[in-house]
Design a protein around this ligand. Structure first.
Ligand SMILES: CC(=O)N[C@@H]1[C@@H](OP(=O)(O)OP(=O)(O)OC[C@H]2O[C@@H](n3ccc(=O)[nH]c3=O)[C@H](O)[C@@H]2O)O[C@H](CO)[C@@H](O)[C@@H]1O
Length: 389
């Protein structure tokens, strides 16, 4: 059998983190020819992950443009990825999560009758506008792909509730845990990978670190201002130090700079590269975030995570008691952090190392599923939409 062509499409930092374990696992299968296409929906943050994972993309569309609108990005990406599909002619396309890159990768493959596998399938917040456009993207992806690789049983149940054929759904675990274990072990073997954090560790010495990340679109505006106020109040405690790797989006830096610059006990940095962030996560006492991936990583390190969102598509962390929704209201956030700082029993209940999101072997399972899927595709004669308008 000729080696079967797999095209992995990604465009942002979280996709790179969650897909590099899959790319490694697939590349170890001799019967597969794996190519990677990066859209460059994000640039700097994405490149940091590609570098640490030793991933050199076969195709880099470099589509990101300063101040681009979602319309412009999507339009450019449809045309560019369509051309990649025609040139590469893959037997299977793999996308991850809920970005514009993931949706357009699935759509342009669908136009050509190419099978698609979806990593992290089935995440649903139940609110079409929260998060936007991610919830819409992942629902639409779920309607047009053939292989749904869900991270958890609840994600699989969400797909079943949408009448997805159960035979096309497999629960694999979230590949973010594969990446986290790989990075943790790399740092243990080569501490210099995350040595850049040493000065911050010295500055924080003796205080408990609250690690903060925020950048969700639905928190822009009032939400960000309220989060900034909460961070400032949390940092007024002398037994606390806040470490805040700040996303460069002006919708984040604007409100934060206004309230937090020169605030004592708050260390603001540029986004940390993946090794440094994983080390910061391991050193944190509490994690305060609106990130999806960080919600999945923190429990694996036994870190209580307070989620600055109104809804989450990760109910497993809430059910396991390792995560709590606190929204963006400053009083609620401060109260939740204070509770964990002052109530040892409350902290112990949340700080149990527990990973409802996977065991670190999701990528290997996905590689097995890809090989199995290709047998099906071998006998399948999909014509797609014929390519013409
Ligand atoms: C709606 C939603 O939840 N969608 C999610 C969103 O991803 P996200 O919310 O997880 O995005 P971020 O928070 O940007 O990335 C987080 C990763 O970045 C690392 N990190 C963080 C800060 C830093 O300073 N240095 C770092 O290295 C960190 O370890 C972590 O792994 O889109 C993904 C793609 O579709 C989806 O999969 C995913 O559901």
């Amino acid at each position: 059998m000729r080696s079967r062509r797999i095209l992995v499409v990604l465009g942002t930092r979280p996709e790179a983190i969650k897909l590099f374990p899959v790319i490694r696992a697939l590349s170890a299968r001799r019967e597969l020819s794996v190519r990677t296409c990066v859209t460059g929906q994000h640039r700097g943050l994405l490149d940091q992950v590609l570098a640490i994972a030793d991933l050199v993309p076969d195709i880099d569309l470099d589509l990101m443009a300063a101040g681009q609108s979602l319309d412009e990005l999507t339009a450019r990406m449809v045309v560019a990825l369509g051309r990649v599909m025609d040139a590469e002619r893959p037997d299977l396309v793999i996308v991850q999560g809920d970005t514009t890159t993931a949706f357009v990768g699935a759509l342009t493959a669908h136009y050509r009758g190419i099978h698609v596998g979806h990593v992290e399938a089935g995440l649903r917040s139940g609110n079409l506008w929260h998060p936007c456009p991610e919830e819409a993207n992942r629902r639409m992806i779920g309607r047009i792909v053939q292989h749904h690789w869900a991270a958890t049983d609840s994600a699989a149940a969400a797909l079943i509730a949408e009448t997805t054929d159960p035979a096309t759904i497999h629960v694999t675990g979230n590949t973010v845990i594969d990446a986290l274990h790989w990075m943790r072990d790399r740092i243990a073997a080569t501490p210099s990978l995350a040595a850049g954090l040493d000065p911050i560790v010295e500055r924080i010495a003796g205080r408990r670190m609250v690690l903060v990340t925020t950048h969700r679109r639905e928190n822009f505006g009032e939400g960000m201002a309220s989060i900034a106020m909460a961070i400032r109040r949390i940092a007024e405690r002398d037994d606390v130090a806040v470490l805040f790797p700040m996303h460069p989006n002006p919708q984040v830096t604007g409100p934060m700079d206004a309230l937090l610059s020169n605030a004592p006990n708050i260390i603001i940095t540029a986004p940390l590269d993946y090794p440094h962030f994983v080390r910061a996560l391991a050193l944190a006492h509490i994690v305060l975030t609106d990130s999806g991936g960080v919600q999945e990583e923190a429990p694996a390190f036994g870190k209580p995570v307070l989620v600055m969102r109104e809804t989450t598509e990760r109910p497993e962390g809430i059910a396991a008691g390792t995560a709590r929704l606190v929204g963006t209201d400053a009083d609620r956030i401060v109260a939740a952090v204070t509770d964990l700082m002052d109530d040892k029993a409350a902290y112990a209940r949340m700080a149990r190392a527990h990973s409802p999101f996977g065991d670190g072997h999701a990528a290997a399972r996905i590689a097995d599923l890809v090989v199995a899927a290709l047998q099906v595709i071998e006998g399948n004669d999909t014509r797609g939409c014929g390519g013409a308008a």
